[in-house]
Design a binder for this molecule. Structure first.
Ligand code: MG
Ligand code: MG
Length: 267
């Protein structure tokens, strides 16, 4: 069942989204070689708590941390650890969520330690293309469009580059629960699937692999990795369908919150 949100609820979700954006901004600012993924987790938790928010993921089905930190061939759901010390050239996906006034925001960023020049050009292109695909998908999140329009727009970017599109993990509705209906796949056919409706709030989150789409889960029960060991990237935003088009509730200060009326950069 899809739970539509009122204007007032979307305004509350925007406050949650703003906290998530600040968590990412603090992490981007802080990231450097020698930090552990647990250091990142502490920074993000501190921002959430100081903002009066509650981290979404900590305790979710027993997940132990504020962030999911997934490095190199890890796709999603990596657990922050003092033992995972980041080096220049590591590709690190950081997924953060926060609850404000009972509503969740959810957003993920993939960064390269030392900057995009610190990795092979094909890895930098993967990170950029996954981010571009997220925005191609977000632009489709409009009343009257269909879920297949979102998935097809994302998948087209991956196909252009020959990437594997992760199929086992997808975007989702979001609200009082972190994961609500509908599922929002990163693949699909234009004009197919459920009709998007004003008042929906969804998380769009492409995951692209430099190799095949196949995944497996590590023995910790959480960390999802590429089956072939190739690098993966993951970007995510929470977006509301309003009368004015998509409102990206988790947009950071360098990103357009209203992608139909503001220029969307090519990342
Ligand atoms: Mg997320
Ligand atoms: Mg999500």
């Amino acid at each position: 069942m899809i739970i539509k949100k009122s204007r007032d609820e979307i305004a509350r979700m925007a406050r949650a989204g703003a906290v998530v954006a600040r968590m990412h901004e603090a992490l981007i600012e802080a990231l450097r070689p020698g930090m552990s993924t647990l250091d990142l987790d502490r920074i993000a938790e501190d921002v959430a708590v100081r903002s009066g928010a509650v981290p979404s993921f900590k305790g979710y089905r027993g997940f132990p941390a504020t962030l999911c930190t997934s490095r190199n061939h890890e796709i999603v759901h990596g657990i922050p650890s003092a033992d995972v010390v980041l080096e220049e050239g590591d590709v690190i996906s950081i997924d953060a969520g926060a609850i404000v006034e009972g509503y969740h925001g959810d957003s993920a960023t993939t960064l390269v330690v030392g900057g995009l020049d610190a990795v092979a050009p094909e890895v930098a292109t993967l990170v950029r293309a996954t981010r571009n695909a997220l925005w191609r998908g977000l632009e489709q999140v409009q009343h009257g469009r269909r879920l297949g329009d979102v998935g097809a727009a994302i998948e087209a970017v991956a196909h252009e580059q020959g990437y594997g599109v992760v199929r086992e993990y997808v975007g989702h509705g979001i609200g009082r629960a972190l994961h609500e209906d509908p599922s929002v796949p990163n693949y699909g056919r234009r004009g197919r699937g459920m009709k998007l409706t004003r008042g929906w709030v969804i998380a769009v989150e492409p995951m692209f692999n430099l190799g095949t789409e196949a995944t497996r889960t590590l023995d910790d029960g959480w960390t999802v990795v590429t089956a072939d060991g190739a690098v993966s990237a993951h970007w995510e935003h929470t977006v509301a369908i309003t009368e004015d088009g998509p409102w990206v509730l988790t947009a950071r200060s360098d990103e357009p919150a209203h992608p139909l009326s503001e220029p969307v950069p090519t990342w």
